[in-house]
Design a protein around this ligand. Sequence first.
Ligand code: HEC
Ligand code: HEC
Length: 351
Amino acid sequence: MKTIRRARGALSIVLATAAVLVVAQGTHRNEPIQPLPDQATDVDAAKVKLGARLFADKRFSADNTVSCQSCHLPEHGGADPRRHSVSAFGKVRELNSPTILNVRYNTSGLNWTGRTRDLDAQIAGSIGNADTMAHDWGKVMQILAADPQVVAEFKAAYGGDDAVSQKNAMHAIVSFEKSLVTPSRFDDWLKGDDRALTAQEQRGYDRFKAYGCVGCHNGINVGGNGFMKLGIAGDYFAEREKMGRGAAVELDKGRLLVTKKPEDLHVFRVPSLRNVALTAPYFHDGAVPTLDEAIQLMGRFQLGREIPAGDRQDIAAFLQSLTGKQYEQWAASPASARALGGFGLPPAGGR
Ligand code: HEC
Ligand code: HEC
């Protein structure tokens, strides 16, 4: 297992170290999905804290109406409960916001089409993007530099008189994003704890493998590592229109818009299914309101199978076991969720 993981090469040193640790314990299961580490260990707590506050700052949008968090909400698993995202100046784009949790493990590039290389490229481009903030990095930095509270936080995180800079702001936001790692009960099970899952969740995982879902949704993020056509076994977009959920639009062309290759029509990144129980509605178009229907449509359009209700329930139970333990604690105690604030995920070194 160790050699296989190493050979993949795409994983960071931190991960490789974690993998070796797990293997050393001798309890790690040989599965097509690999466990997340307990937390990010390569980020600095003060920078993560600054990044979290910038992520929630509406002054990043030209009309002060949206922050990053407006479309990537902590209580919705880092995604957006609205079907389509609404950016600065009320501009609607026919895409549903993907989760930013565990985003660092999306190795095949970012966004539904994989058009952005990595988190550094994403943050560099998103402020000036008319579909997001419609602002300007230079102006944002001027505004932040005039706010003594923010200046103090930059100094605490980066030190020195030139602490308030675009470079540091981008670094802080990326540090925050990298800190968003959400190990779940399923990860405990992967690491050898038989009692971490209920019988139904284990049965659901068996179904997930038997139907072939795992052929696309696999690896450490249960997806995020490759591209596939939406509608291998049938025309999803014709069905969507028939259901009254909208005729096909330009953005439905998917990865073709990036590569210009005809074979990339309707091709999308296989999304991570971690925390998927929290991130409704589903698919790039946000056209699918429930997890049950998402499973049904995946069976029909990706695998050419009608999955019976009982099996769908079992698969949904398995998918729910991919919800980060932080969220299970939130659900158990709404008061503690409020106390944690924001994403409430422990930064490196714990909280
Ligand atoms: C108006 C809603 C909206 C706002 C505001 C917004 N995002 Fe997003 N975000 C999206 C959508 C929609 C996508 C997918 C875009 C695509 O596929 O082309 C996305 C994609 C991403 C991704 C890639 C996730 C992945 O797994 O591929 C990251 C990272 C991200 N956003 C971070 C941010 C940051 C940082 C900010 C603030 C600077 C921000 N977002 C502001 C809606 C938004
Ligand atoms: C051939 C590859 C493939 C197979 C097999 C497959 N999927 Fe998917 N899955 C995808 C792609 C691609 C998407 C993204 C579709 C989109 O965004 O429009 C997706 C999206 C999803 C989503 C929505 C995630 C989100 O954040 O919106 C869920 C849930 C899901 N799949 C579950 C399953 C289940 C359960 C199975 C087995 C029954 C399965 N998938 C089989 C490729 C596949």
